[in-house]
Design a protein around this ligand. Structure first.
Ligand SMILES: Nc1nc2c(ncn2[C@@H]2O[C@H](COP(=O)(O)OP(=O)(O)OP(=O)(O)O)[C@@H](O)[C@H]2O)c(=O)[nH]1
Ligand SMILES: [Mg+2]
Length: 219
């Protein structure tokens, strides 16, 4: 639920990276932090980590430049994927405007992905988010590993869920940007419908996409 701070002329949009343990949620934020220019990107804050594991959450604050008087802040969060941290996942998910679900492409992780997606559905319900209308993009990460589901298998299994699917090797930065662009578009569409961002605030989809620097090559 985007926050509209009328006095400060600021709109805050929240996007949460969700998914099973070690699927690459934090890595996606690290790579976005690497490519977005410092003027539009704050520090990546990682709250409590042990080794690779997020214990609480990560936060990356981004700033979109707009034509109108309102500024838009986009806050990216990750949840801790480990099963035990369900209460934290629920708290981080609360009031989000969009979700990127990071799945692990390895065959051995196929069940974990579905369980984590079911956990997302359950927690969305608990915090009053409607999965039917929530902007959502699914990324299949770790495409560089040897024993993974093929793109065809992923599409067969996840296609019926009816969500946009992207493929990534976040560790090398591949696919991170298209995934972020996809969730920005989905989230903009949803917020514009609800709050008339373009008409009332002169904020366009392109304003959000311009958080990313112009793409020079590939993904
Ligand atoms: N081979 C490979 N490894 C990756 C890729 N993306 C992330 N990793 C590695 O996977 C491990 C976990 O990545 P994280 O980004 O910390 O995973 P996470 O989803 O934030 O994990 P939790 O915080 O425990 O939920 C790290 O060692 C990453 O370097 C990828 O595309 N390919
Ligand atoms: Mg993490």
């Amino acid at each position: 639920m985007a926050e509209f701070l009328e006095e400060e002329k600021k709109i805050i949009i929240k996007i949460v990276y969700y998914g099973p343990a070690l699927s690459g949620k934090t890595t996606n934020l690290i790579k976005l932090h690497d490519i977005i220019t410092p003027g539009q990107c704050g520090d990546l804050m990682s709250l409590e980590t042990r080794g690779d594991r997020t214990l609480f959450f990560d936060l990356l604050p981004l700033l979109a430049r707009t034509q109108g008087e309102y500024r838009v802040k986009v806050k990216l969060f990750t949840v801790p994927g480990q099963v035990a941290h369900d209460a934290t996942r629920k708290a981080v998910l609360s009031r989000t405007d969009g979700v990127v679900f990071i799945a692990d492409s390895q065959q051995a992780h196929a069940i974990n992905n579905f369980q984590s997606f079911e956990n997302l559905e359950k927690n969305a319900g608990r915090v009053g988010l409607d999965m039917e209308t929530l902007p959502l993009v699914v990324q299949f990460n770790k495409r560089d590993l040897p024993v993974i589901l093929s793109e065809k298998e992923v599409t067969q299994r996840w296609g019926p869920v009816g969500l946009p699917i992207t493929f990534a090797t976040a560790l090398k930065g591949q696919g991170v940007r298209p995934t972020f662009e996809a969730i920005l578009k989905e989230t903009y569409r949803c917020l514009d419908k609800k709050h008339h961002l373009k008409e009332h605030y002169r904020i366009t989809e392109q304003d959000l996409l311009d958080i990313l620097p112009p793409s020079t090559q590939g993904p």
